[in-house]
Design a binder for this molecule. Sequence first.
Ligand SMILES: NC(=O)c1ccc[n+]([C@@H]2O[C@H](COP(=O)([O-])OP(=O)(O)OC[C@H]3O[C@@H](n4cnc5c(N)ncnc54)[C@H](OP(=O)(O)O)[C@@H]3O)[C@@H](O)[C@H]2O)c1
Length: 276
Amino acid sequence: MIKVGLIGLGKTGKYIAESILQQDNMTLVAAVCSPNSQKKGMDLSEFLGNKKAEIKITTSDELEATIFKTKPDIMLDFSSSKAAIKNAVTLSNMKVNIVIGTTGFTDKDIEKLKNISREFKNGIVYAPNITLGVNVIMMLSNIAASILNNYDFEIIEMHHKTKKDSPSGTALKLSSEIELGLNSSGIQDKVIPISSIRAGDIVGKHEVLIVGEHDKIEISHESFSRKAFTVGAISAVNFIYKKSGYYEMRDVLNLKELILKYIDSLEDESPESSQA
Ligand SMILES: NC(=O)c1ccc[n+]([C@@H]2O[C@H](COP(=O)([O-])OP(=O)(O)OC[C@H]3O[C@@H](n4cnc5c(N)ncnc54)[C@H](OP(=O)(O)O)[C@@H]3O)[C@@H](O)[C@H]2O)c1
């Protein structure tokens, strides 16, 4: 059994907790809220309305003590960017592996995550874009940019009105994937504008507009429910169990290998190979 803990019991954290409780190979050993949260000391079972969750909710102020007591293999973090960096240092120091779903990190923060995973030799998955669908549109946008390098690229992202970071971590990552695609075909320093909409309870939508002189392509991804995040989070936990090093969701989802297999299949189907 993989012993898993969760930091951040907000809109997404609740779904993640429920999902861990449903896994046959995982046990939920810790649930951590913010220092002044009303959830402090509550039974998680009461909070979730799920009898299987027989643990007391502790705060991130007592993270070290919680780790000593519950000895998780992996902690998932869906809290705030400021808290998540602090938690990552504490957890790495204690040799606990981490899946970070929290967004809003700067490039400096990401560099810090890479450095601490090297220093403490624990495993970190940094996953600001945890769904398979979002990772696929990143890959498609990168490929499109490398082919359509004279087109204009724009990103539109929409989220619920309580989302703190803007633009979303996923939109920033999409723009860097587009830049990588453009760079690979010799285009440097092209600005990719991002428009952000914060309204109602939109779970998460990302659109990439690719606009040329005579035609337009749109690639779009929308999560209908926060349950979409749980599938990726569970895959990331299984992936990082007993591993060390810094990883992102593309490593968890093995996308490079899938693309290489696809390219191989094209070669198998080419007229030359069928004549041979
Ligand atoms: N990777 C992805 O694909 C993905 C998907 C969805 C969301 N996210 C990200 O996950 C994070 C949470 O999203 P959400 O929608 O669940 O937001 P939310 O409803 O605002 O929940 C955030 C939770 O974090 C807790 N928190 C804040 N500071 C904390 C600390 N120091 N220690 C422990 N917990 C702390 C808050 O706890 P209290 O209530 O106890 O104060 C709150 O419940 C955001 O960064 C969001 O962008 C990422």
